[in-house]
Design a protein around this ligand. Sequence first.
Ligand SMILES: *Cc1c(COP(=O)(O)O)cnc(C)c1O
Length: 419
Amino acid sequence: MRIKTSWNRRGFLGTAAAMAASVFAPRKLFSTATASTAGNVSVTGFGQSGNPYDELGVTTVINCQGTMTMLGGSVLRPELEAVMAMAGRHFVNIPALEVAAGKRIAEMLKLPDGYMALVTSGAAAAIQSGLAGILTGGNEALIRQLPDLTGMKSEVIIQKSHRNPFDHQLRSTGVKLIEIETRDQLRQAVNDRTAMMHFSNFANAAGQIKVDEWVKLGKQFNIPCMNDAAADTPPVSHLWDYTNMGYDLVTFSGGKAMRGPQCAGLLIGRKDLVANALLNNSPHEDTLGRSQKVGKEEIIGMVKALELYLKEDHDALEREWQARLELVSRELTRIPGVSTSFFVPDIANHVPHMQITWDSKISLEPHQVSQLLRNSKPAIVIGGGEGRPGLTMCSFMLQPGEDKIVAEQLSRVLREHSA
Ligand SMILES: *Cc1c(COP(=O)(O)O)cnc(C)c1O
């Protein structure tokens, strides 16, 4: 049920946070001394303060919730910004760039022979174009015809517990989703119309058929299998675990924990399927995926982001994330009645989290604390979550020094309402 609350959390954050944000004054995020220069370029007009969001009157927030698309995903490493800027200064043949970038990514990930990668505009685009490629093959007439499936397969099998908002990207190709729960139901559901078997990686625990068995059954029935693992790094090994397991296509978000460009993602899989996915995608016109343009800056950026991500010291990062939470915890647990505990979700946002609870000495409900912090200066986004009582936070999207601010603001609010 954890997943369900996480979708709700996304929805809840959306409108409420946007509305709250609009009425509060912007905060200064960057010091003004260096703010007017980006690299060696001095900026006048829009952006001259160093914070264009401030200039639009949109409040930037301290993010205790992790890599949420609703909050802008993640922030770019400076070295990645620099390489993306280089990419923006030239013209290039985009399909040729896509193929070259895909090859480089396949090498970096040491993908099995016969596997390839494609940079898409996000994991959602990878889901849609991956399936589109399976449906159309390389047939131009069929590519133009989507989402009219006349002459193509038309069904995708999915476990009932794996349904989620991103299966809209499957349905957008015109296919019908066939829900099953048991192995027997799966066997009965397979027929001449079956195009693909879809797996939602975060839902592994919820379904009767687990990730490794799903792909084995796919091979038995000779049906290609896709695994949507969009938010499922770390651990970094997930980038190759599922192709090694035999999945035909695997999708990842570029702009979540990998901290790539926000509008980038990866489709990794069998060469023929990945090539056909590209034919169904921008820059090719009269295609379903033309609306999911991925630019030269994002394609180059995704290669660089992956390089930087792979060479991180992942254990050191995890210790740093835990240390930030402990700093906040030390401050909060000095308040009578407040306690904290730590956990790491098994899959998706697999990073240190802290749950914060308090007893009746403090006269506030968790959603009220959350609201007060969203309205504080600086604004802090922290929610309930992961199906647990109280508030839950993670620290991997905090910028340097923000752990201290969170500790101070959160303890101020709790103390102000202590009996
Ligand atoms: C975030 C997410 C996506 C979409 O990824 P984008 O890169 O934002 O397009 C798809 N599936 C799941 C499970 C996700 O968490």
